[in-house]
Design a protein around this ligand. Structure first.
Ligand SMILES: [Mg+2]
Length: 230
């Protein structure tokens, strides 16, 4: 019997990518204002994303707070274009988070689906990110809310999924986890014995050997899938 449906946050309940790209674009414009020149000109949002992903990989297992990763990525970005200015990295980082907060929004299907699940299932959040769901009024649907940065472990680490189960007072067999990342969300959930629903909004191919228990293109399909297992 399914009792718990837990969700990933970034790119599952809210559109992180759009807000992240807007915020990086703004920091790039700011950098151009204070440090114009060919090396700044050679930077792009894509390259900043690539640098951030590289830094995240290097810090994997040591740093679970993605805000720390983001700051380190700005330091690395400046380093790679030959600017040694820790104060500037800190300022760009603060600007990034301010702009990201202003531009981030939940997906259209998030509230209706949480609304339709509530009362029938316990619904929860387990996120590696740093967005506060209260910002969108989603916190009233989500209990528990588990942030990786508070726990010293990040998805796909099964420890984090076990914390989720403990706080939800649910067994793995009673739980479903919904997320957009095959490697972090689906593999992590399944390693803990939790069913994983892969949210694949863009219909991209699965180029991994991870087999989700179900695949959906919208959150609106989640209640029917869970009801089928209930
Ligand atoms: Mg995600």
């Amino acid at each position: 019997m399914i009792r718990l449906i837990a969700f990933d946050g970034d790119n599952t309940l809210w559109d992180f990518d759009a807000a992240m790209r807007t915020a990086l674009q703004r920091t790039l414009e700011e950098l151009w204002t204070v440090r114009p020149g060919p090396s700044t000109g050679a930077l792009s949002v894509e390259r900043m994303i690539e640098i951030r992903d590289r830094v995240a990989k290097e810090l994997q297992g040591r740093v679970t707070d993605l805000a720390v990763v983001r700051h380190a990525a700005f330091e690395r970005t400046l380093e790679e274009i030959g600017i040694d200015d820790p104060g500037l990295a800190a300022r760009l980082n603060a600007m990034f988070f301010a702009v990201k907060e202003r531009h981030s929004a939940p997906f259209q299907d998030a509230v209706p689906v949480l609304e339709s699940l509530s009362g029938r299932y316990r619904t929860a959040l387990l996120t590696n990110g740093n967005t506060d769901p209260a910002r969108y009024g989603l916190d009233r649907y989500l209990d528990p809310i588990v942030h990786a940065s508070d726990e010293g472990a990040a998805k796909p680490d099964p420890r984090l999924f076990r914390i989720l189960l403990e706080r939800s007072e649910a067994l793995a067999a009673e739980a479903v986890y919904v997320g957009d990342s095959l490697s972090d969300d689906i593999a992590g959930a399944q390693a803990t014995g939790i069913r994983g629903i892969w949210l694949n909004r863009s219909g991209r191919p699965n180029d991994t050997d991870i087999v989700p228990d179900a695949e959906v293109m919208s959150l609106t399909e989640v209640p029917e899938v869970a009801d089928g297992w209930a």
